[in-house]
Design a protein around this ligand. Sequence first.
Ligand code: AMP
Length: 414
Amino acid sequence: MIQAPRGTFDILPESAARRKVVEEQAEKILSAAGYRRIETPAIEATELFARGVGEGTDIVRKEMYTFDDGGGRSLTLRPEGTAPVCRAYLEHGMHKLAQPVKLWYLSTFFRSEAPQRGRYRQFWQVGAEAIGSPAPETDAELIVLLAELLDGLGVRHDRLRLASLGTPATRAEYREELRRFLRAHEDELAEEVRNRIDLNPLRAFDADDRRTRAVMRDAPKLLDRLDPADAEHFAQVRALLDDAGISYELDPTLVRGLDYYTRTVFEFTSDELGAQSGVGGGGRYDGLIELLDGPATPAVGWAAGVERMLLVARDLAPRAELVDLFVALGQREATRAGFELAREARRAGLQAQLELAGRSLKGQLKHADRIGARFVAIVGNGNGRVSLKDMESGEQRELGPSDVIPAILRGGRL
Ligand code: AMP
């Protein structure tokens, strides 16, 4: 039997209903704040991620599904949403619109990671991006919106980790300082960390190795090196979060896996998720649009994993699926009349299903009951009339074919 590839999964109807709740909640919360939906293609030029996500990141180094399109051009299945949204922003001249341009998406992403609970090779993210505003209110508002989305879905999150990465200049200086520190402790570091002192020294904070972690406790912290403007920006973000009653932990070791972040970075985590504890996170990326050949444009955004939210969502009750009418066939010859009745019912706004499996009349009624049909119309009982059965009261009436739908509309839940 052919199975879905490792690290991918099917979305069966039951889980589609739960996912729909996530989508509706995201739509409600984000559109109320003026975010509008955008969807970009699943494939992009590889260069977009090489430049936009960063050559030094795990994503670009080892997690991308990259292939030749047959014409010598390298394409990649999108591993994340921010770079594509920024590409679209530039490609469609959105920098000429009133700023910031506020966008959200709900799409699939692809990363070639070792699959485990909460970590897949094709997964879904809800994301939001506000492009064109440097204001700390934008950062705070986005964090509040993500908190609202998680709370609205009953997603248990234990912590909001918050930090500021400063501007590229501060970061470059800090990186040098950190490199010097790491080199001075080279003997005590895990090999993987040692090998990446030049490429990405910040990742040393993420290491699992015990001795490396001990060294890193005394490492210089970027939060202590912010320049006054960045420190002030961060203070304002924090004040707004305090006012909004959002609690957070300052985490000077918070390093997000993408190179493009500047200033604010944050991540909501849930311990219940185990090793993959990040539910959603993001930050400010003031340099990204310029990296993609656009004008200098400040921006901030986040993405939250749909599967991870669903794994820890508490009160996520999908609405029951409704069936207003089941059209049963008293005899085979009634197929055309039944087909027409079901079609008319749908045109009248009802949820209507037709018998499609050749069951006996008794079997059809049983089936109608199982799917929760409110009414059953039995066509083809020999006299040209339709028997309409109210499945709640058990009451049954004979009607002319054209009276069936009005009767349901009058007496049904509509
Ligand atoms: P990132 O772009 O890595 O910050 O990811 C944002 C969110 O997407 C994370 O917090 C996770 O909830 C989710 N996510 C990232 N990678 C995966 C994956 N491989 N499988 C499932 N969810 C993921």
